[in-house]
Every structure is written in C-alpha cells, then in structure tokens.
Write a protein that binds this ligand. Structure first.
Ligand SMILES: C[C@H](O)[C@H](O)[C@@H](O)[C@@H](O)C(=O)O
Ligand SMILES: [Mg+2]
Length: 395
C-alpha cells in the first residue's frame, strides 16, 4: 500500500498571536513586567516585546501531496525559519513518501547540524515534522494519536498558565502557573513582591490547588534557591519552572540538590533534541521535563525524548503547544496532565491557545478535553483562511 508522494513544501509567515503567542496586543498579562534574563536592564523590564520576544512571528509549513492533500503546522519561527524550510529542508521531502518520517527527520537534522542543533533551526525542523505527521494522518484518515499508539486515558486534564490561578481554579483546571515578575536585579524588594503575589494567590486558591511559578530563565542559583525555599515554606509552591539559563545544566543540578524536598524543579521548553534532554535527565537537573513539540524537534523527536524520560522515571509534560502536544500526551503514561496557556488578556476566560490561526482547535471544558475531541485526521485542525499569510521565499 503506497501513499501519495510529497509534491510541494511551502513556508509562510503569519503575524499576531497564534503559535508565536507572545505576539499579543497591549495590556495582555503575558507582557506585564515579567522577569526575564533581560530584566537586568531597566529599559527592558516592563515589556518582553521591548527586547523582541515577538520578533519572529509564526512559521506556517504546508506539505502538499500529489493527490492534493495538504498537511500543515504552525510554530514559532517567522521569516528566518521560512528561509530554512524553503532553501534547505524542502529538498529532503519533495518527491518522497510521507511515511519516511524517521529518514526525513534524520536528513533535516544532520544536514543542518553545522549551524543548527537548537533554537530557530530545530523550530523549523519541528514545523516540517508536525506538518508531515498532519499530512500522514490526513492521507491515512486517522488522528495523530492513533499513529502514536492510541490513548491511555479517556481525557486530558490541564493546569493553566496565566496571571489568574484563582480564575483557573474556578474554571476547573487542576492548577495554576504564575509568571514571575521580579528578577535578581530588583533585589530583596523584588523578591518580597514575588512572594507576596504567590502568597496572595495561595490564599485565594486554597491549600490544595496546585500553584506553580514560571521564572522564564531569569534567575541565578542563589536567588532561585532563596525563592524556592520561601515559596515552598510560605506558599506551598508545587514547582519552580525554568529558573535558570537553559545552558547552565550545572546550576540546575545544584538547584535541585538545594531545593526543599517536595518542591519540584522543572525545565526544558527551550531545550531541544534527545541529546539535550538526556543531558537534563542524566545530570539530575529536573523532576519534570517540559519540551515544546514545536521547538524540540517535532513529534518524531519527542517520541525519543519521552521514551528516555519514561525509562528514567521522569515526567514529560510538554510546554503549551495546543493540539501538537495533546495528541502526544494522551498516549503516554508519564505525561499525566498537560499545560494550557491562557491567551485571553485577563486571563479571565478560556480561548483557543493558538487563536486565531487554527480552526477547530479544542479547548478545555472544566479543565479537561475528552479524547473524542481529537478524533479527526491528522492534528484535527485547519488553517484559518482569514489569517493573512506571507511567503517570503520560494525554491
Ligand atoms: C508565562 C511564561 O512567562 C511564558 O510566557 C510561558 O509561555 C512559558 O514559559 C510557559 O511555560 O507557558
Ligand atoms: Mg515555562
């Protein structure tokens, strides 16, 4: 049985939220004085957009088969990623069978290894890989999660990331993850403000609701250790996320040793490939790895990452990436819940994570999504034709 071969690969850029979810309008919680490595510069403290967090925009990858079927995917990458897809990666797909996901991934990765390995290049590879799995599912008439081994549970349960864990609790989520607002450059005063916010949220959410803190690479080991102990003792924090630079495996290993027993240390959304996550796991950097399937290498690589984590008893909870992680999480025992990024500006209501780019994107009801919501071919979503697309390069 042969499937229709790949005829065209096309890369587009879309602006305005979607997969580049930091690309929001003014007044959004996600750009409100959130601590980052750039917070050491006062001029870049109030807004992450001021230093360029949304500079790339969304990469849209389309893969068209000879029979006209089109698989697509969206991820963060914009125009530079479109260049890599059109001028470098497309040659490994056109004319090939869409079944060859492993061989195509291998050729995309090792042909770009001399200038890639992580970041933008692996985002581009991930976008192509996700579009290929979408095409495969559409050609076979089955959802991606079927091709990954089928569901191990009847529904997905979510924690919510955003400025309002108290609202997340009311909406039925199992936990709420707050962004950290003040980094080391704001000293003890900033630390006290961080703790005060966490304590306020703990009082509003009650003692049993999961409360987490996302530090977006902003801290040093000393500050992270102090924050970990204060937030655990005073606010019952469940995990401290991405406290340090993704490259500082050594500091993560130290933080995990210094953190209070019971507080989980998590990271990984800016890590890539099986080799990067093996480093995090083998060096004892974290209790939960959080790859983003649109940034770590796609589904084909996430299979390897997740299986390595599973063999070492490490939970794999993907960074919020809409349907692209849902179809994976539902098939894995060591992924018992998932992240839902609250993209409403408040956030006081649930809106699709990659709005407005994906039509048919399922959203949690009472903090859950039934597996039946995933029962459509591929990733089960279509590109919103009302979203303007720009194709900056061809080949
Ligand atoms: C809320 C965080 O600052 C990031 O914006 C968020 O996208 C990411 O770190 C996450 O874990 O969702
Ligand atoms: Mg995070």
């Amino acid at each position: 049985m042969s499937l229709s071969r790949i005829k065209h690969v096309r890369a587009f850029v879309a602006r305005g939220a979607g997969a580049d979810y930091h690309d929001q309008g003014a007044g959004h919680w996600i750009d409100d004085h959130i601590a980052t490595p750039m917070s050491r510069y006062p001029e870049y403290r109030q807004s992450r957009q001021s230093f360029g967090i949304n500079v790339l925009g969304t990469l849209v990858v389309e893969i068209e088969a000879e029979d006209g079927t089109i698989g697509f995917a969206v991820t963060t990458g914009g125009e530079p990623a479109a260049y890599i897809v059109e001028k470098h990666l497309a040659r490994f797909l056109e004319g090939r069978s869409p079944v060859e996901v492993e061989k195509i991934w291998d050729q995309m990765y090792f042909s770009t290894q001399y200038y890639g390995r992580k970041g933008l290049v692996v985002n581009a590879i991930s976008g192509v890989d996700l579009a290929l799995w979408d095409l495969l599912g559409k050609l076979r008439g089955e959802p991606v999660y079927h091709m990954l081994g089928g569901a191990v549970r009847d529904e997905l349960q979510f924690y919510a990331t955003g400025a309002r864990p108290d609202v997340a609790k009311e909406l039925g989520f199992i936990g709420g993850k707050l962004p950290l607002h003040h980094g080391p450059a704001e000293g003890l005063e900033g630390l006290e403000k961080n703790i005060a916010l966490l304590a306020d949220m703990r009082s509003k959410c009650g003692d049993d609701f999961w409360l987490m803190c996302d530090c977006w690479m902003a801290l040093d080991l000393d500050y992270a250790t102090r924050l970990a102990h204060r937030a655990w003792n005073e606010c019952g924090l469940k995990w401290i996320e991405e406290a340090l630079s993704p490259d500082d495996y050594w500091a993560y290993a130290e933080l995990r040793k210094k953190a209070p027993p019971g507080l989980l240390v998590t990271t990984g959304e800016h890590e890539a490939t099986r080799w990067g996550f093996r480093m995090l796991i083998d060096m004892g950097c974290c209790d939960i790895i959080q790859p983003d399937v649109g940034w770590c290498g796609g589904v084909t690589e996430l299979i390897k990452i997740a299986n390595y984590a599973d063999s070492r008893g490490v939970m794999m909870i993907p960074h919020g990436s809409s349907v692209y992680s849902y179809h994976f999480v539902i098939t894995r025992h060591n992924s018992p819940f998932a992240e839902f990024l609250m993209m409403h500006p408040g956030p006081t209501e649930v809106v699709p994570m990659f709005a407005p780019q994906l039509l048919g994107e399922p959203v949690p009801q009472n903090g859950r999504i039934r597996v039946s919501a995933l029962d459509k071919p591929g990733f089960g979503v279509e590109l919103n034709a009302d979203v303007p697309l720009h194709r900056p390069y061809t080949h």
